[in-house]
Ligand binder design. Structure first.
Ligand code: IPM
Ligand code: MG
Length: 353
């Protein structure tokens, strides 16, 4: 297991993820080997590159990767040659992790931490499947002269095969869940979305006729996600729409600090697991960040890359129990008492037993 702590609060939350994995190993009699490497801003400072060759190499040889977060204000200069985020994008691309699974589940104990009303968020259980290695993130981009001065462009491209594989993976996920699949696009405006829609519809018609299938425009989806989030089961969409909608969706359960994500290239094999939150530089080094998203990412790692279902469930149960006991980090405490990052890690480790 390669650990990529990264920047900001990354090292603090990954440390708790590692402890939880070690606790799982102890309880279930496994041996995990950890290898910590640099990525992001820290890697730029140390080696000039956001994804050093030895980090990529270690990731390629690993069975799974647990990442904290990358980025921070000191690397934000828009004219900089390299940016921390490039390290993450390159890693996803190099390992062909084309599907990003982002489960959005409202934990019943925490419904009051959501800015939305209880009757809207209670029972929310959505799995976003975001395409991760194509679209506008990886299209041609650059600067050129325009009639009105300097211009910039970023091309959004999808190939048929890229849409097929991610829709297929989302369809398989829907079959394991509630049997409902929603594809989100902007086909009323973008040609790339018209291709996406055609391909998605064909894949569903030919291979997933057992699913309830629906197509929603991305602007409408932004609205439905907060007006009737319970109506969705699996939602599949392109890279940028998925980036935006999952940040919006993260407010349903109340905190970004609870949401894990898995980037995979299929249902088995090496994957990259991370919290969906960012590096939160303002919170770094203060022992206040919520480690539960990373802990839950570690559970996804156990399930998808190591095929350790029982162990994954044990971690998820431990997190639930800790929440049931009333323990909260500051982000979900709604003004009540809170525990720090490490103390929250202790609680989960203790619960795993
Ligand atoms: C995410 C993040 C990344 C993205 C950034 C850090 C490159 O926002 O994982 O959602 O845009 O994909
Ligand atoms: Mg994002």
């Amino acid at each position: 297991i390669v650990l990529l702590p990264g920047d900001g609060i990354g090292p603090e939350v990954v440390a708790q993820g590692e402890r939880v994995l070690a606790a799982v190993a102890a309880r279930f009699g496994h041996e995990f080997e950890f290898d910590t490497r640099t990525i992001g801003g820290r890697a730029i400072d140390e080696s000039g590159e956001p994804l050093p060759a030895n980090t990529l190499e270690a990731c390629r040889e690993s069975q799974a990767i647990l990442l904290g977060a990358v980025g921070g204000p000191q690397w934000d200069d828009p004219s900089a040659e390299t940016r921390p985020e490039q390290g993450l994008l390159q890693l996803r691309k190099e390992l062909e992790l084309f599907a990003n699974l982002r489960p959005i589940t409202a934990h019943s104990q925490l419904v009051d931490a959501s800015p939305l009303k209880r009757e809207i968020v209670e029972g929310v259980d959505i799995l976003f499947v975001r395409e991760l290695t194509g679209g506008i993130y990886f299209g041609d981009s650059g600067r050129r002269d325009g009639a009105g001065g300097e211009a910039a462009y970023s091309e959004m491209v999808y190939q048929v095969a890229e849409v097929e594989r991610v829709v297929r993976l989302a369809g398989e996920a829907a079959r394991q869940r509630d049997g409902r699949l929603t594809s989100v696009d902007k086909a009323n405006v973008l040609e790339v979305s018209r291709l996406w829609r055609q391909v998605a519809e064909r894949v569903v018609r030919e291979e997933f006729s057992d699913l309830e299938y629906e197509v929603v425009l991305v602007d409408a989806m932004a609205m439905h996600l907060i007006s009737r989030p319970r109506d969705f089961d699996v939602v599949v969409t392109g890279n940028m729409f998925g980036d935006i909608l999952t940040d919006e969706g993260s407010m349903l359960p109340g905190s970004l600090g609870l949401l894990p994500s898995a980037s995979i290239g299929g249902w088995s094999g090496a994957g990259l697991y991370e919290p969906i939150h960012g590096s939160a530089p303002d919170l770094a080094g203060q022992d206040v960040a919520n480690p539960l998203a990373t802990v839950l990412a570690a559970a996804m790692l156990l399930r998808y890359s190591l095929a350790l279902d029982e162990e994954a469930a044990a971690v998820e149960t431990a997190v639930n129990e800790v929440l049931d006991l009333g323990h909260r980090t500051a982000d979900i405490a709604v003004g009540g008492p809170s525990v720090g990052t490490e103390a929250m890690g202790d609680l989960v480790v203790k619960q795993i037993g």
